[in-house]
Write a protein that binds this ligand. Structure first.
Ligand code: ATP
Ligand code: MG
Length: 393
């Protein structure tokens, strides 16, 4: 592919915070940007040169995005794969519809991970596919207790039910209206981690070192990103597995793969959880702690530019800011004390421009960097105490 150079317009499907940070990265490099999102106040639409305000499947909206853009990417995995396929008729689209379709459906995603297992060295959790009453009945007892996850449209722990017994399983499947699901065995997690890789149209791959993630109530709360955040040998395995998972499907763009860490008989083992065909919340620290962020590499990959190997210049901790901290103990709305927060050393505050705070809604994040880990940890502790943020032990 001939590189698409700065001065051209890059398009993105979706206008959330990931799209906003993509727009920032693209604009810094001298590109114009176009966002397709129906929300007139979307975080990315409000900072983009162009904002196409239509539904993701609207033929006219898609035609307009293609007309404006020299290349197109996506910022959320639930963008309808046929819409990406339509855009790809006239423009380079990265990642492609086929890769996004795999990530959209847990059944296909797990089949892909399993098919890669020989090459990647890592398999997914024991699970069963439930699409009909016969498959429900056929679920093996050793998958209980487990987590029932809808095959499509889950995020931040939504579309998931934790179950202990067969009758709870039947009730949970009923409650999700008997849509296709996977039942995953509940694993005793020692930790969780994720890896970001970027792969170009020419097959070049670069990766970031794995980061360790802490979830609270199924939502990412804290990301640890520094040399000793994971045992080196485990980190190496996760990075190699992620490269294999991207290469096996000819992925182009920025990919994040999430892993569970469990205690095996021969030491710590990795289990692959899921993948996101886009930049990921657990990679936000790359903006402030690396010379090239995950959004920079998304731009490079989609535009056919060379992919620089990202280099970390500071240890980092990332703390998510959910809408919860916009409410006091009585449930009254308030504004967090940004002035006091910004007096803490090493703070990088990112707010996504969302006008309405809701419990569990991702409103922004903090990345804390510093010359050494102890200083970063001390500042992060102060941030967490000041704002009442969970997950930092
Ligand atoms: P995301 O916001 O990452 O898209 P999601 O809603 O797609 O999340 P998962 O990543 O499948 O959901 O699960 C969310 C969290 O729930 C995991 O990060 C992990 O903490 C916990 N979890 C999920 N599956 C299991 C499992 N099989 N065993 C133990 N814990 C699990
Ligand atoms: Mg997840």
């Amino acid at each position: 592919m001939k590189p698409i150079l700065p001065g051209a317009t890059l398009g993105v499907m979706g206008g959330g915070q990931l799209g906003r940070m993509f727009v920032h990265a693209a604009q810094r490099l001298g590109y114009f940007t176009a966002v397709l999102d129906p929300d007139p106040h979307s975080p990315a639409g409000s900072v983009s040169h162009h904002h196409v305000r239509t539904d993701y499947t609207d033929p006219q909206g898609l035609a307009r995005l293609a007309e404006l853009s020299a290349a197109i990417t996506t910022e959320f995995e639930n963008v309808p794969a046929p819409a990406l396929a339509q855009l790809a008729l006239s423009r380079p689209v990265a990642p492609g519809a086929a890769c996004v379709a795999i990530a959209q459906d847990r059944i296909e995603e797990k089949a892909h991970f399993h098919a890669c297992a020989d090459r990647s060295g890592v398999d997914c959790a024991p699970h069963a596919v439930i699409r009909n009453p016969a498959e429900l009945l056929a679920v093996a007892d050793d998958l209980l207790p487990g987590i029932l996850k809808t095959a499509r449209l889950g995020y931040d722990g939504k579309g998931q039910v934790r179950i202990k017994t067969r009758s709870e399983l039947a009730a949970a499947w009923e409650a999700v209206r008997q849509v296709p699901c996977v039942l995953e065995k509940m694993l005793p997690l020692v930790a969780e981690c994720s890896v970001l890789v970027a792969r170009g149209h020419n097959g070049q791959v670069v990766s970031y070192p794995p980061q360790r993630n802490v979830h609270v109530d199924g939502i990412l709360a804290v990301t640890h990103a520094y040399a000793a955040c994971l045992p080196a040998e485990l980190a190496e395995r996760a990075e190699q597995a992620t490269r294999a998972i991207a290469e096996q499907i000819g992925y182009v763009g920025l990919l994040c793969v999430e892993f569970f860490v469990v205690q095996g008989q021969q030491g710590l083992e990795l289990v692959v959880n899921e993948m996101a065909p886009r930049p990921h919340n657990s990679g936000h620290h790359t903006i402030d702690a690396f010379d090239h962020s995950q959004f920079d590499l998304q731009v490079h990959a989609m535009a056919g530019l060379p992919l620089p190997t990202p280099r970390q210049h500071s240890p980092a901790l990332m703390l998510n800011l959910l809408g919860d901290i916009w409410f006091d103990a009585q449930g009254r709305e308030r504004s967090p004390d940004w002035a006091q927060l910004l007096a803490i050393p090493g703070i990088h505050l990112h707010l996504y421009g969302k006008t309405e705070a809701r419990h569990g809604r991702k409103m922004g994040h903090l990345t804390i960097t510093g010359p050494e880990l102890a200083a970063v940890q001390a500042s992060a502790r102060r941030c967490a105490d000041l704002l009442g943020l969970p997950g930092l032990s």
